[in-house]
Design a protein. Structure first.
Lengths: 450, 450
């Protein structure tokens, strides 16, 4: 295809995965990666653990330097370089670096602009001490702030993944910590008994959890945040606030270039990670993907699919043959909440209903190890299925054995297994690892027996 | 079908599972369970952990008493009752209990006679201090012996599962422990780098491991074992010896009754757990089963399939409609060796060759957690596949995240996935649980890239 210059916009997970895979596919290609911020190649998912102190320095999250990419892989990674505009018809990107504007031509382009933390425009949201947590610089600012201001009370707005991880981080730093969540759910979809387990864990570790309260404003003392005010009138002291109400795809540059944006608000892509513009690909948190269970295009900004979409985009942007394909997601993720493992895959009951299924649920609680073997824990499982017995999703909560067991459900969703087929799986048993009948077999036997 | 009396021979895992499932299927059925020994309803897999002292008493392994079965489920469980002979034509079993012989009639019969530890007829094998470890009474005898004799040196013959678990148990009791294995493998199929990891763990924990030495005799001092002699002439001091060279199906009574015995030496059964005799079923460690990967009948005496075959046999023996089916196994198992998790599923390279495949292997070593997250471990994976990319098996060794990850491979084997499909799975990621690209995705990506 005679590609000569690959341009990648975004120097973190998906963007660098694309660059690396393009290099593997096309040793002679010129590859340039543009990164708006000072930071490239870091594991943003580790930020809460730096804040907690478990990881001793922010630099530990950095995988590679620009020198590494240049010297080892002949990839030119340019930090502090912002892509301002894409002109697909001319195959040009307008960039700004060091205060200068210039144009860069491309034969193929990979958009990996990621997602941005949502900061609702509430009164006082720009006070010092109000943070989001998404990029390395967010972590840097928060750590500096804590060092200087030494806050005593923290409020976290939103009980999503980042909110819960940050609750643990703040507690580890000795802060009085309150999580304020506007819905009655944890992590947007976790309700009922599973939600209660998470709330119990948080409260047991000294986190105040307030459900069904919507934050309406932040009050300051001078420039500094001092209180978080709810619509109900309730107020919480806070010298530091973490807003974890969600993220949105960073698609402004794609939209301005006339690229098709999907219903989800993210860049529309096909299974080859192609956008609507010729030779322009998108990958990671700025792009849509296929949900294999609902069959719909979804936006699921998570690190593992981001990297893999990056590989696909990079291979195809480099003209790899046969074309690389991304098979889509089934909606798997996991989070540690203090000593609890919380994981899910597929659709929740409500998501299944919204996707047009007529779903039922099975709930089961089983030990993680043989009953006589010390140190086990209860695993609470919720399995969602349709009337034909097709597996639609699963959620699990427990102190061990959850994060990898959810992967069995994920594999079953990929393979389109029915509950009764899951119940036939030959799973590993040894007293330290599982009861004789694994929690997965226990849960999926329920349907059998009504 | 007018069944009135169900007889079950064997009062442990498969037998009691059959009785319980029959009770669920047929509330009015008379159900009698005959158990030769004094012990019923116990978790034999826990024996090494009682010997080690981790579990404080043998009684902890007992789940239920005969009273429980009688009072809660109207199941008559008779310990100390040996089935001597089955007369299928007359639907009668000859039994011996309390020194008396009698006949018991049945409408349907479930054979769950289990497996017996192999004790090779070497000189001195009947010396005091030479043990096998299979039934509760084996554990009782060993514990009494250790209490009385206070041995200092232990030899374990055979590096199978029970041998390795018992090595850990003996070390926990402060014994000098030597494992003597006649082959160059661990757990009969684990070779190469995976074997080396297990050997390193054992040696690191003070266990002497001797590979390629065949034991030829036990020498005594009086009635007591004192030395283990190898064919090469090497000898090891031992006041206690554990023979863990394998088990064989306990099929004498089935054979005598004219039931078909498969090539594996275990009772031949179909997917409904029916034997060749009308109204006679078999389940658990005495019976064969289908290996879904090789397509062959195999003998795989493990607790999880045993219980589930018991359920199937019990349901069908009670005349359940539709008939229950056992889907077969894929050969999954796991064992803890000190701090190491060792697990496998499907076929090893050699097993795949023997089954007529033309297999290849991928070997990959990856971290169990994000690189920056403390406390992770390396997971070594070997994946076996054929030329078309069909998954045939996997083996894994590591200090965490192995026993449940193997279940993903097991699910993939059930669903007949190819390596490239495994590589498409959407698996859970969070820094404490996995690296961004899960070890399963890393290993299965290798094929992709040659």
């Amino acid at each position: 295809m005679g590609k000569e210059q690959l341009l990648v916009i975004g120097g973190v997970a998906a963007g660098l995965a694309a660059a690396m895979q393009a290099r593997r596919a096309a040793p002679g290609l010129r590859i340039t990666v543009l990164e708006k911020t000072a930071d490239i190649s870091y594991g943003a998912c580790g930020l809460p653990y730096v804040v907690s102190g478990l990881i001793p320095a922010l630099e530990r999250l950095v995988l590679h330097t620009p020198e590494y990419f240049r010297e080892q892989h002949d990839i030119d990674v340019q930090p502090h370089t912002e892509a301002l505009e894409i002109l697909p018809a001319r195959s040009v990107v307008r960039v700004r670096a060091n205060g200068e504007r210039r144009e860069m031509g491309f034969d193929s382009l990979v958009l990996a602009t990621g997602a941005a933390a949502v900061c609702p425009p509430l009164a006082g949201h720009d006070l010092a001490g109000v943070f989001v947590m998404r990029q390395l610089r967010d972590g840097r600012r928060l750590l500096q702030f804590i060092e200087q201001v030494r806050p005593r009370d923290a409020v976290i707005v939103g009980a999503g993944y980042i909110g819960l991880e940050m609750a643990e981080a703040f507690r580890a730093r000795g802060l009085n910590t309150t999580v304020v969540e506007s819905t009655d759910k944890m992590m947007s979809t976790l309700g009922g008994a599973l939600r209660d387990r998470v709330v119990d864990e948080l409260r047991g570790r000294g986190v105040e959890v307030v459900l069904g309260e919507r934050v309406s404003a932040f009050e300051g003392r001078g420039e500094q945040v001092a209180r978080v005010i709810c619509e109900s009138g309730r107020a919480f002291e806070a010298q530091v606030v973490l807003i974890g109400v969600g993220v949105r795809p960073a698609v402004e540059i794609a939209k301005d270039a006339g690229l098709e944006i999907g219903e989800t608000g993210a860049v529309a892509t096909d299974a080859n990670q192609r956008t609507s513009a010729a030779n322009v690909f998108a990958a990671g948190d700025c792009s849509e993907t296929l949900h294999r269970v609902s069959g719909r295009r979804v936006w699921m900004p998570l690190a593992q699919p981001a990297v893999r979409q990056g590989w696909v985009a990079g291979a195809n942007a480099a003209g790899a043959m046969p074309e690389a394909r991304f098979a889509g997601v089934v909606g798997t993720n996991a989070v540690k909440v203090f000593d609890l493992e919380v994981a899910r895959t597929g659709l929740s009951l409500e998501e299944a209903q919204a996707a047009g299924f007529d779903p039922s649920i099975i709930e089961d609680e089983t030990a993680s190890r043989a009953g006589y073997y010390p140190g086990g824990a209860k695993i609470l499982t919720r399995v969602v299925h349709d009337k034909s017995g097709r597996l639609l999703g699963a959620q699990m909560v427990g102190r061990e054995g959850v994060a990898q067991r959810i992967d069995v459900y994920a594999a079953a969703l990929h393979a389109n297994l029915k509950i009764e087929e899951l119940n036939q799986l030959d799973l590993a048993y040894a007293p330290p690892f599982a009861p004789t009948i694994d929690p997965i077999l226990r849960a999926t036997k329920q349907r059998d027996e009504g």
